[in-house]
Design a protein around this ligand. Structure first.
Ligand SMILES: [Zn+2]
Ligand SMILES: [Zn+2]
Length: 282
């Protein structure tokens, strides 16, 4: 029997397996909660049946955000960065409907595919199956979480996909977490290195950083210093997590969040943007 993709109904994580998998490595990990009522794994047709609509939203700077309604699992967003020499997809939606895949095809397909860490993987496997990108890049520490797709380019500290577009290993939240810096767009695709609290209209209200979001576990000082060392060297005026598009979260704002962590005892603090803007200009 061939291996087929199975998705954990609790978090949405996909694994290729010969039958329903025994467990989900994302949910058994301390950073996530276990399902209260036991495991349930779904095959693609069952996930598809729960989706009312596949969506895409054109953003400025030649970027498209793919998502589904209603949400599923951790419910991330797939970012597609348009480029005349080949598009880059970073992170993925939990599932891609035929309409979403057709839109990506219409926009030129995918040449480079990558994700920050497992919470951003979504249905990356669908994008690899359909578009056969030249490169699927994941930091080596997280390879064990990639049972649903095939990594073609594992990397160590950094990987330049093309000039001005570079993956940097930052660890912290996940051992293999990496950020993607797009120099031309001035965007840092920061994974869960930062969490941005936004209102319904998408205005950013507060920023935090954490080892585990659900359980509010803070990072250690050495982990924060590592984030800081990487981010300090990068110029950006916007961050995109797997869940939020946050213009105005600049490098100085991001550094202010990290400096707050380094000053105080470990703790997940949701620091208001107004406070961060004040410390960023000091
Ligand atoms: Zn799970
Ligand atoms: Zn995460």
């Amino acid at each position: 029997m061939p291996l087929t993709p199975w998705s954990c109904a609790n978090c949405g994580h996909w694994q290729r397996y010969f039958a329903a998998p025994p467990d989900c490595p994302v949910c058994t990990d301390t950073r996530n909660d276990l399902p209260a009522d036991g495991w349930r794994f779904l095959q693609p047709a069952e996930v598809r049946a729960g989706i009312r609509e596949g969506r895409w939203r054109r953003l400025d700077r030649d970027m498209v955000a793919f998502s589904i309604a209603p949400g599923y699992g951790l419910n991330g967003t797939g970012w597609l960065l348009l480029h005349p020499e080949g598009n880059i997809a970073f992170e993925a939606a939990p599932f891609y409907t035929d309409e979403m895949l057709a839109e990506i095809e219409r926009l030129g397909g995918i040449r480079y595919l990558a994700a920050s860490h497992v919470h951003g993987y979504g249905a990356l496997w669908q994008l690899q199956d359909m578009f056969e990108p030249e490169v699927l890049a994941i930091q080596k520490e997280d390879l064990w979480l990639t049972k649903a797709f095939r990594v073609t380019w594992p990397y160590d500290e950094a990987l330049e996909l093309r000039p001005g577009l570079t993956l940097h290993h930052v660890g912290g939240h996940y051992e293999g977490q990496a950020v993607l810096h797009d120099e031309g767009r001035r965007i840092l695709f920061c994974g869960d290195a930062f969490k941005v609290d936004q209102d319904a209209a998408g205005n950013s209200l507060a920023v935090s950083t954490h080892k585990a979001f659900h359980k509010s576990i803070p990072l250690t000082p050495a982990e924060i210093r590592r984030y800081r060392a990487v981010i300090e060297a990068l110029d950006f005026d916007t961050v995109c997590t797997p869940f939020e598009h946050a213009p105005g979260v600049t490098r100085d704002i991001a550094l202010a969040v990290l400096d707050d962590q380094l000053r105080g005892p470990p703790g997940v603090r949701h620091i208001p943007m107004s406070e961060l803007r004040r410390s960023a200009t000091r």
